[in-house]
Design a protein around this ligand. Sequence first.
Ligand SMILES: Cc1cc2nc3c(=O)[nH]c(=O)nc-3n(C[C@H](O)[C@H](O)[C@H](O)COP(=O)(O)O)c2cc1C
Length: 122
Amino acid sequence: MIIVYDSLTGQSKRFASHLGFQSISIKDYKESNDMVFLLTRSINFGDIPKTTVEFLDKYSNKVIGVAVSGNRNWGENYGKAGEKIEANYHLPLVLKYEGSGFLEDRQYVKDWIYNYLTQKEM
Ligand SMILES: Cc1cc2nc3c(=O)[nH]c(=O)nc-3n(C[C@H](O)[C@H](O)[C@H](O)COP(=O)(O)O)c2cc1C
């Protein structure tokens, strides 16, 4: 299990560093058998960053879930990349969070991953 983050200003990188799993920038990702949890962001009125699209086009089959950073100032486009990813790639949008997330946001994602991994073992 590895966390892959697509982070321009470092918010999702910071979020990743608190999850307790190995994490890596999307730019440095090398294909492996590991399952991936993806952290990305919304850009320009709710778009998915190109780097994320390119990653998902190749590796969405490895991704178990996605969490998306954004800013509520963007109104209806807040974290909207997450909904687009969910629709386009049929992946669960686990959480939208602002900036690098609050403690409870990080805990929520951690719990979601642990539950996923536990259920897989059963
Ligand atoms: C040019 C620009 C466009 C953005 N567009 C959106 C948007 O449409 N929706 C949103 O929720 N956040 C938007 N944001 C906010 C970023 O998604 C947010 O700052 C995020 O935490 C950045 O993550 P990163 O530091 O990991 O790159 C935008 C930020 C910038 C600079």
